[in-house]
Design a protein around this ligand. Structure first.
Ligand code: ADP
Ligand code: MG
Length: 253
């Protein structure tokens, strides 16, 4: 038997298999005293390797805060954060920078591409920041071309963001987030600036890319139409995580 007896496994042990993300009792408080806001409270969440989780909640419920903590952009007031096996809870600013470059990808609501760089150069920003030179730089260029091709953007590689449609810009952002082969990609309302049809195409693309790379994702949304692209939906209300909502019960949002 390779399975240990049940009594040697801690209660808090995650389900079988490695986790892309583990949040344990995370709390985030903004401000102090009278202006104190508890944005996230007692958040415990495990995202398995390759799992796609939708995080669904109304505006102001703490979605962006939770995502920022998971990606090491923001530190938690309390609790533990482990991404792709790396415990980032006590990381210094320099360690967090390294961590963000290697382990996570971000795709934001408003596409934050560098406006004066082409689609291809926007993908290469990641490796340029890591100081790639010579052969590594050549490899990075080839990889950028390959990724853009996969995303259906080969013919747009030399275009500036302003010359791309909203859906194309979001695809470039997805390419950039995937560039370093992260364990986890964090999406903050990736389709909210797109019309429904393009939004659905982008969600299909996100789903296909995550599946083919066996990469985990947390996709923040306030739109129930987007949750069926995920394996599982976690709801957040007033900073507190809950179980999957009954189909359509947040339809008003
Ligand atoms: N930097 C900040 N300083 C103070 N309060 C903040 C800050 N960022 C967010 N908040 C507050 O925290 C709560 C959660 O915000 P946020 O995580 O942005 O929610 P969501 O992404 O679900 O709209 C809100 O009440 C918001 O006003
Ligand atoms: Mg938000």
């Amino acid at each position: 038997m390779t399975t240990p007896p049940a009594d040697t496994v801690a209660d808090t042990a995650p389900a079988a298999g490695p986790a892309a993300l583990e949040l344990a009792d995370v709390r985030k408080v903004y401000g102090a005293g009278d202006t104190e806001i508890v944005a996230v409270d007692h958040a415990t969440l495990r995202v398995g390797d390759g799992e796609i989780v939708a995080l669904l909640g109304p505006s102001g419920s703490g979605k962006t805060t939770l995502l920022s903590i998971a990606g090491g952009l923001l530190s938690a007031t309390q609790g533990r954060v482990v991404v792709g096996g790396e415990d980032i809870t006590g990381h210094s600013a320099a360690e967090l920078t390294d961590f963000r470059r290697s382990k996570v990808g971000f795709v934001f609501q408003s596409v934050n591409l560098v406006p004066f760089l082409t689609a291809e150069e926007n993908l290469l920003v990641v490796s340029e920041l890591s100081g790639a030179r010579g052969g590594a730089r050549k490899q990075a260029k080839a990889r950028a071309k390959e990724l853009l091709g996969e995303l259906g953007l080969a013919h747009r590689a030399g275009n500036l963001p302003a010359q791309l449609s909203g859906g194309e810009r979001q695809r470039v952002a997805i390419g950039r987030a995937l560039f370093n082969g992260p364990a986890l990609v964090l999406f903050d309302e990736p389709t909210s600036a797109l019309d429904t049809k393009i939004g659905e195409q982008v969600m299909e693309l996100i789903q296909a890319e995550m599946r083919s790379r066996h990469t985990a994702a947390v996709i923040v949304t306030h739109d129930t139409r987007m949750t069926h692209y995920a394996d599982r939906t976690v709801r957040i209300v007033d900073g507190v995580l809950g179980a999957e909502p009954v189909e359509g019960d947040l339809a008003a949002h």
